[in-house]
Design a protein around this ligand. Structure first.
Ligand SMILES: Nc1ncnc2c1ncn2[C@@H]1O[C@H](COP(=O)(O)OP(=O)(O)OP(=O)(O)O)[C@@H](O)[C@H]1O
Length: 224
């Protein structure tokens, strides 16, 4: 379990978190669901040690490796698909091992024929699949996905979600998934934290396995 206890975080006069508590179960997908500006990215960044806190403690992240998927793919433009993934693995594995890992992840996102293409020559959905493959190929313990499907049309979103599910089944890890989208939250998460207010509060925690159908969860999410 990754636990944030009694966390307080300010940005100048803005008190975003005050004695905030949250726990992320290991190797599960936890969703931070809530309005823009409530502090979802900041909470994920605190877990990733990218943001310092005024007070409180964080446990369960000792020696953790992190990977990220953002709304935009953030690929290295001058590198091929293959080299973009190779770049993050270079210091971890020898050449032979890397070839095996990269090929298998490129296959999982169905980009084998595009492995030598540069990001500019790919569609937005393909580029985003490369960023997913890269995040999973890296042996992270914690994967932070900050609105990774935002801005994609329905069909691309479905493709991305399928790719994510395939990668996840092959190689699961602790995922912190940030979204505004009710359907994505329900489809992908094990636990959904509904976050509101300032300072931020978890106003409801939904454990998906305690519900027999998605519509009941949807009704709850729609009321917040
Ligand atoms: N580095 C920073 N310096 C100053 N203010 C910041 C910084 N990072 C975040 N904030 C402020 O903290 C608030 C919460 O930001 P955060 O990005 O965590 O929210 P969010 O819930 O992820 O929102 P969104 O869904 O729009 O990304 C915002 O008002 C933002 O302007």
């Amino acid at each position: 379990m990754i636990e944030l206890k009694n966390i307080s975080k300010n940005f100048d006069d803005l008190q975003l978190l005050k004695d905030f508590n949250i726990g992320f179960k290991k190797n599960e997908i936890s969703c931070l669901f809530g309005p823009s500006g409530v502090g979802k990215t900041t909470i994920a960044n605190i877990v990733a040690k990218l943001v310092s806190v005024e007070s409180g403690s964080i446990s369960g992240i000792e020696n953790s490796l992190y990977s990220y998927v953002f709304q935009e793919p953030r690929l290295l433009e001058w590198y091929s698909v293959y080299d973009n993934i190779d770049f993050v693995l270079k210091d971890l594995y020898d050449l032979k091992e890397r070839k095996k890992i990269i090929s298998s992840y490129i296959d999982m996102v169905e980009l084998r024929e595009y492995k030598d293409y540069k990001p500019k020559t790919l569609s937005g959905g393909m580029a985003q699949r490369v960023s997913l493959a890269r995040a999973f190929a890296y042996p992270s313990d914690i994967l932070i996905m900050d609105e990774p499907f935002k801005g994609l049309d329905m069909k691309l979103k479905q493709e991305m979600i399928l790719s994510f599910q395939k990668l996840w089944q092959e190689s699961n890890r602790t995922v912190i998934f940030i979204t505004h989208d009710i359907d994505e939250a329900i489809l992908l998460s094990d636990t959904i934290f509904i976050i509101k207010n300032r300072p931020a509060e978890i106003i409801k925690t939904i454990n998906k396995q305690t519900y027999s159908n998605f519509d009941d969860i949807k009704k709850i999410l729609l009321t917040y």
